[in-house]
Design a protein around this ligand. Structure first.
Ligand code: G16
Length: 547
């Protein structure tokens, strides 16, 4: 019987000791906190990734080192399961336990318990692929991760500096290589080739759209975006902005998808770049989110967020299934979270089945898998479209009866390749949006007019302990602290079209407040009054009360 290589683990674990009085939590998107605190977590995640691979019969497991939309000093790490999806929920608990073992001895005990309880066959080889974003803390954290992989003797592949969605793609491509489910060549180049050739086929014969400005958030999207631009050639001209990946402090700073979505304004750096009517979009720090926007003729800013992307894409997919003669055979459904604008939920639910789930890609992804074609987007621009295995089979075997059906079928097939179905992907979603705009001859104005967004506001409240905030009903209601939801309901009733909810963030040390109302000033007022209630509840310093 093969045993855990305890001596190797001990020798290396001693170099990555966990400080006392720090608690780590595998949250919405893995472990995420200050990069300077993550060294012991990285080592342990390396060990855990190897064990997960052994448990899954030597399938390749992915590890991404990123803190995505968070500020530059933060970093994080998450594990990716063999089909490119988020880590199975039960292992999130194992990861939290292993990360919090206080000493090397306790760590070895925790690992031995895990191996025993989950009956992990240690004689199986472990295979892991990992990558990181451009954060300055990345290289040292990757070295700690590598020590963890080395301790277990894992066969590890370094995919270098790339986007989170590329890493997810690589995991699926590696694990399906040479099978009938092959997802593409298992390289970044293979990813770019797959997406760009599907895009070129989708827009063939359509007039080229004017150039698209991409705000790369001064992150890794700048590197992969530049390569994508070369692959696209003249099928789509990309103008990359905010590409300062080597400038300290620039990442996600006054730019990127999270800035645009939460501030509802143009990144200042784009003021001199964007011309009225020109389409632009923002990625976030690891390019897994996408928000579009444009300035109108009066210089006014208009945002097209994840909800608007879902509406645009879903309508197009439904139209193609009808044109292909597949109406009634393929059901399209939408998955949203509580952050979805009331305007979008109304518009979509009048046309398609819509489900609301808690924040976090894993929740949306699982819910979307229940549809033949599941369109899921968080309002923050995180999302994708999933085609069920049966739908993929239908699309590959279906015999169209007319040339029009044949054309629609070809478009649907190309959509399955332009879309990264493993996870939300800013660059892939961008190609998807651009393809739809080209087909519909839409500018941002026509797209924006699909429905009117209710004015809304997002506010962060810094609290000493966000874990006291607990929710139910897909995060739409608070169950703890007791009594707070009743106060919130009372307040919301006073605002026309008012809606508000409070939830703890899974990626930042804050509580988030969302509010919407029929009138802009009312939405703002409601958000700040709810934030004030939250702040009073936790006994915050009156001088720092949100206002
Ligand atoms: C991550 C998750 C998203 C989630 C976001 C914010 O995004 O993958 O599903 O919406 O965090 O989560 P929270 O409100 O709990 O902080 P990213 O882009 O940061 O990886």
């Amino acid at each position: 019987m093969t045993l855990l290589p305890v001596d190797a683990i001990r020798a290396l674990a001693d170099q990555h000791q966990k400080p006392a009085n720090v608690l780590f939590q595998y949250g919405t998107a893995g472990f995420r906190t200050l990069g300077s605190a993550l060294d012991p977590v990285m080592f342990r995640v390396g060990v855990l990734a190897a064990l997960r691979s052994k448990k899954l019969d030597s399938k390749t497991i992915g590890v991404m080192v990123t803190a995505s939309h968070n500020p530059e000093p933060d970093n994080g790490v998450k594990l990716v399961d063999p089909r490119g999806e988020m880590l199975e929920a039960s292992w999130e608990t194992h990861a939290t336990n292993v990360a919090n073992a206080p000493t090397t001895d306790a760590l070895i005990d925790a690992l031995e318990t895990l191996v025993k309880n989950l009956k992990i066959d240690l004689s199986k080889p472990a295979k892991v692929v990992y990558a990181r974003d451009t954060r300055p803390s990345g290289p040292a954290l990757v070295a700690s991760l590598e020590d963890g992989l080395k301790a277990l003797g894992a066969d590890a592949r370094n995919a270098g500096v790339t986007t989170t969605p590329v890493l997810h793609y690589l995991v699926r491509a590696i694990n399906t290589k040479g099978t009938k489910d092959s997802y593409g060549d298992d390289t970044e180049e293979g990813y770019l080739e797959k997406l760009s050739s599907a895009f070129k086929q989708l827009v063939a014969g359509k007039p080229a759209l004017p150039p698209l400005v991409i705000d790369c958030a001064n992150g890794v999207g700048a590197i992969v975006g530049q390569k994508l631009a070369r692959h696209l050639g003249n099928s789509l001209e990309l103008q990359l902005a905010n590409t300062a990946i080597d400038t300290l402090g620039a990442l996600n700073n006054a730019c990127g998808a999270d800035f645009v979505k939460t501030q509802q304004k143009l990144p200042p750096s784009l003021a001199s770049v964007l011309t009225p009517g020109q389409r632009a979009c923002s990625l976030d720090g690891d390019a897994d989110r996408l928000i579009y926007f444009y300035l109108d003729d009066h210089g006014q800013f208009h945002m097209l967020d994840g909800d608007k992307i879902a509406a645009l894409v879903a309508a197009f997919v439904v139209e193609l299934t009808k044109s292909a003669g597949l109406e009634g055979k393929i059901q399209v459904g939408i998955v949203q979270t509580a952050y979805a604008n009331g305007g979008s939920t109304k518009y979509l639910s009048e046309r398609l089945p819509v489900k609301c789930v808690p924040t976090g890609v894993k929740h949306l992804h699982h819910a979307a898998e229940h549809y033949d074609i599941g369109v899921y987007f968080e309002a923050n621009g995180h999302g994708t479209v999933l085609f069920s295995p049966e739908t993929l089979e239908t699309l590959s075997t279906y015999q169209p009866s007319t040339p029009a059906q044949s054309t629609a079928l070809t478009h649907l097939r190309n959509l399955t390749n332009v879309i990264n179905q493993t996870v939300g992907d800013g660059l892939s979603d961008m190609l998807l949006v651009e393809a739809v705009l080209a087909h519909k001859s839409y500018s941002g104005v026509e797209w924006n007019s699909l429905y009117v967004d209710l004015p809304n506001r997002l506010v962060k409240v810094v609290v000493p302990d966000r874990s006291i905030f607990k929710t139910e009903d897909a995060e739409r209601r608070l169950v703890s602290p007791p009594g707070l939801q009743a106060k919130l309901d009372e307040l919301v009733r006073r605002y026309e079209g008012g809606r508000s909810f409070v939830r703890p963030s899974g990626t930042e040390d804050v509580v988030r407040v969302y509010a919407e109302a029929t009138v802009r000033s009312q939405a703002d007022e409601l958000a700040f009054r709810v934030a004030g209630l939250v702040y009073d509840e936790v006994g915050g310093d009156p001088a720092k009360r949100p206002s």
